[in-house]
Design a protein around this ligand. Structure first.
Ligand code: GDP
Ligand code: MG
Length: 258
């Protein structure tokens, strides 16, 4: 795993993270005895237990420092970075932000997120197996690059994936899932854990609706089937339609916690 501070050019390497091995749960449907499968499941449980312990420590640290943390997750290309760019432009510098962005390769997203007065740390996972999610120990190390006393809001852009990131608590206050209208209405039903663990859904790219056969009502209903209390914001990161409500909601959530 490679991570670097966008502006300060501070590079640090995977060994800094003491990365626990992330194993997917026993390779569903793989050949093997019952005992082997059971052992594999135990290993996953242990990894998640270790993660939860560090996430708990992160949460305590962030609370002590008065830092509100959001974890933004979605499939690749749903518009996480585009939404965060626009979100930063609405809330900085009044709200002092920092960003941790995860990708398998490249610093493209960090480049896009720089320039709003918020320090940005890019995490790359390619050199070490291309992990498909960020985890609590990664956030702990990456957050060490910031002066937390000078940050109100830490934004984490997770790796593009609707599966694994849902399982890894990082000590955040809010989890946000982005679903774009080009992905189909059924994704909340296909990836229910992600929609169950999140606190809000951003239904992005609504500017494209006139060009798609997309059942907006069905998408909303499918989200609510999985998580009946889920606030849903229909937005466009291109036109900024719907942003006022999303930004207001985010500010209120932060205000209540701090
Ligand atoms: N039309 C339209 N395009 C968008 C919108 N949001 C993002 N995009 C485009 O979708 C592509 C993927 O966006 P990106 O922010 O990189 O997604 P990420 O992989 O989830 O971070 C880019 O070409 C964006 O310009 C939107 O609201 N409307
Ligand atoms: Mg991105």
């Amino acid at each position: 795993m490679l991570a670097f501070m966008h502006k300060n050019q501070r590079y640090f390497h995977h060994k800094d993270f003491q990365k626990p091995h992330h194993s997917h749960s026993g390779g569903g449907g793989s050949v093997g005895s019952k005992n082997t499968d059971t052992r594999e499941i135990k290993i996953v449980r242990k990894v998640l237990d270790v993660n939860d312990t560090i996430a708990h420590q992160n949460r305590k640290l962030f609370r002590e420092k008065g830092v509100f943390v959001i974890n933004v997750m979605s499939s690749p290309g749903s518009g996480k970075t585009a939404i965060l760019v626009k979100t930063l432009s609405h809330i900085t510098p009044k709200i002092r932000c920092a960003v941790i962005v995860g990708d398998i390769c490249t610093s493209n997203d960090a480049d896009r997120l720089a320039g709003f007065g918020a320090p940005v740390v890019q995490i790359n996972t390619d050199a070490f197996g291309g992990d498909c999610h960020l985890a609590a120990h990664v956030i702990r190390t990456a957050a060490g690059n910031f002066n937390l006393d000078e940050i109100d809001l830490l934004i984490i852009e997770n790796l593009g994936n609707l599966v694994c990131p849902a399982e890894f608590d990082m000590g955040e206050n809010l989890r946000i899932v982005v679903l774009s209208v080009t992905e189909g209405e059924d994704k909340p039903l296909k990836y229910p854990l992600m929609f169950r663990v999140c606190d809000a859904a951003l239904l992005n790219k609504i500017d494209l609706l006139p060009y798609l056969d997309y059942d907006r009502k069905a998408a909303v209903q499918n989200i609510l089937k999985v998580n009946p209390q889920m606030p849903i914001f229909e937005i466009s990161a291109k036109t900024e339609e719907g942003f006022d409500l999303w930004i207001e909601w985010l500010k209120q959530k932060r205000h209540k916690k701090t």
